[in-house]
Design a protein around this ligand. Sequence first.
Ligand code: G3P
Length: 218
Amino acid sequence: MRFFIDTAEISEIEALLPSGLVDGVTTNPSLIAKSGQKITDVIAEICKIVEGPVSAEVTATQADKMVEEGRYLAEIADNVAIKLPLTYDGLVACNTLSQEGHMINVTLCFSANQALLAAKAGATFISPFIGRLDDINIDGMELIEEIRDIYDNYPDLDTEILAASIRSANHVKQSALAGADVATIPPKVVKDLVKHPLTDKGLEIFLADWAKTNQSIL
Ligand code: G3P
């Protein structure tokens, strides 16, 4: 499973790079707004430090304008994935831009039918929003499972499932179990994945016992 980092904060991405866990980055208009920077500047900066796909989202709502914005964003760097919302216009734009050879991330997916349409329109990634479904008491993980089943039924559909709106370490585990190809994870959750109280406790005991030996390895 690949990990994308769900942030537009350069410092957060830089902090995670040495771990080798960063396979890409996703942004959205809310994350860009939070960064306080110009979208073209942030995306260019992220693309310089991350080799994998970096999602940059259009904000137009009509297909022709989405295509124009998408082409403009894709010019920033070769690894830009144009992010389009799952509307009818978004699908039309996806069809055009994917045929031009651009990477496309279709976002705001909340149903298996939407995911089927995105794949048929040539999406590189489909982003089902797990957390936002959980927020309204619908099991977000069931959606990932349904999309996995549907895509596996039709091997000619090569869209990758990018589990999004991930809020917890458990969401990452469940997405991996359900067969998501990628998870886009907020930096805080990446750090939560590492933690286990028994690891901390075990290390404390090992170090205390080691200190008693008066040895040092170097
Ligand atoms: O990847 C989409 C993500 O940024 C949305 O997350 O927590 O705002 O639902 P959230």
